[in-house]
Design a protein around this ligand. Structure first.
Ligand code: ADP
Ligand code: MG
Length: 240
C-alpha cells in the first residue's frame, strides 16, 4: 500500500538530515504507527509521502504509484490530515466539505450520506453553516477529518491526529481507523503519544534523529528489546 525506499531529506544547507535513508512498508489492512520524539522527522516524512516536499533521494510508492513520477494519480490514493489544518477561514464548513467531495469526485448521492454520518460522529453538525474562521482548533481538526474521510481513500495519512481532539472524537477516530483497515485499506499516522500507538497499531516504526531504529509489531519489538515492558519503556531505552 505504501512503500518508502531509502528516502532522505535535508532542509536548505543544514548539515544534518531531517530524514536519513529510511525504508519501510505499510501493508493493506494495517494501522501503521510512526512513532518518535519531537523533531525526529515524522512530519517531514509525511510531507514527502503526500508530495508537499520532494525527497533529496529515494522513492515513495503509494498503492503501486510512484509519487514523484505520477503525482496526481498518487494523490488520488490517499487523503491527508496535517497536524495543524489550515482551512479557508471565510467559507462555511459545509462548503469546504462539498469542495472536498468535488475535488475527489464523490458522487452527489453518496457524499450527502457520508457528510451526515461523519458530522454526527464528530458532533459538528450544528457548526457546518458557520464560517470556518469561527471554529475552535478542535472543530477545524474534526472538519478536516470529515473532509478527508468522505472520499474513502485507500490510504489515510494523519499527522498527530489525536492532538487537540477531545476523548470522544479521539475514540471515534480510532474506531474509524480500525473499520477502514478491516476493509483492506490502510492507515499511516504519526504520534509521539506512545500509549495510542501501542493500543491501536498493527505495526509501528520508531524514528529517531531521522533514522528508523525499529520496525515491527509490538511483540516483535518487545522480543528484540528482550523485554515485556510497555512501549514507553522500550521507546525510552531505544531513543536514549
Ligand atoms: N521547514 C523546515 N526548515 C528547516 N528545518 C526544518 C523544517 N521543518 C522541520 N525541520 C527540522 O527537521 C527536523 C525534523 O522535523 P519534523 O519532521 O517536523 O519532526 P517531527 O514531526 O518528528 O517532530 C527537525 O530538526 C526540524 O527542526
Ligand atoms: Mg511533527
Amino acid at each position: 500500500m505504501l512503500k518508502l525506499e531509502q528516502v532522505s531529506k535535508t532542509y536548505g544547507n543544514k548539515s544534518e538530515k531531517a530524514v536519513d535513508n529510511i525504508s519501510f512498508q505499510v501493508y493493506p489492512g494495517e494501522i501503521f504507527g510512526f512513532v518518535g520524539p519531537n523533531g525526529a522527522g515524522k512530519t517531514t516524512t509525511i510531507k514527502m509521502i503526500v508530495s508537499l516536499l520532494a525527497p533529496n533521494s529515494g522513492k515513495i510508492i503509494i498503492n503501486g504509484i510512484d509519487n514523484q513520477k505520477n503525482i496526481l494519480e498518487a494523490k488520488k490514493q490517499f487523503s491527508y490530515v496535517p497536524d495543524n489544518p489550515e482551512l479557508f477561514e471565510k467559507i462555511k464548513g459545509i462548503e469546504y466539505l462539498k469542495f472536498m467531495a468535488d475535488v475527489y469526485e464523490v458522487p452527489v448521492a453518496e457524499r450527502q450520506q457520508l457528510i451526515e454520518k461523519y458530522l454526527a460522529v464528530f458532533e459538528i453538525k450544528e457548526a457546518v453553516n458557520d464560517p470556518i474562521g469561527s471554529y475552535s482548533h478542535g472543530m477545524k481538526q474534526k472538519l478536516a477529518l470529515v473532509g478527508a474521510l468522505i472520499h474513502d481513500p485507500q490510504l489515510f495519512v494523519l499527522d498527530e491526529p489525536m492532538v487537540g481532539l477531545d476523548p470522544k472524537a479521539s475514540f471515534e477516530l480510532k474506531k474509524i481507523m480500525r473499520e477502514h483497515c478491516d476493509r483492506g485499506r490502510s492507515v499511516f499516522f504519526s504520534t509521539h503519544v506512545l500509549d495510542v500507538a501501542e493500543k491501536i497499531c498493527d505495526r509501528i516504526a520508531i524514528i529517531k534523529k531521522g533514522k528508523i531504529i525499529e520496525v515491527g509489531t509490538m511483540a516483535e519489538i518487545r522480543e528484540k528489546a528482550g523485554s515485556q515492558e510497555s512501549l514507553e519503556n522500550i521507546f525510552l531505552e531505544l531513543t536514549e
